[in-house]
Write a protein that binds this ligand. Sequence first.
Ligand code: TYC
Length: 101
Amino acid sequence: MTDITTKPKAKVEIKVERPRLHKVILINDAYTPREFVVTVLKAEFRMTEDQAMRVMMTAHRRGACVVAVFTKDVAEAKATNATDLGRSQGYPLLFTTEPEE
Ligand code: TYC
């Protein structure tokens, strides 16, 4: 029987980075009714009345408020859907997205 010696194989280490999350941001405007903003937040972001009211009032007072964070695709889809809900009623309601630091 022949003795075969093999060198240990080099280990290949594959590093997978977590996908960067993206923020959905609610922008204040002077025309969209408060109650409509709350309705959209509840419908698109599964918030309770209380959570939606707080987010809406923060955007109203400070100009903008982070609604939630998602993967890029989900954040963009939700921002577009929520903005379109406002457009469908003739409101300038706007949701934007940006990558998290
Ligand atoms: N500022 C609006 C008003 O007074 C209400 C509002 C709040 C609109 C938050 C947009 O992102 C918003 N009717």
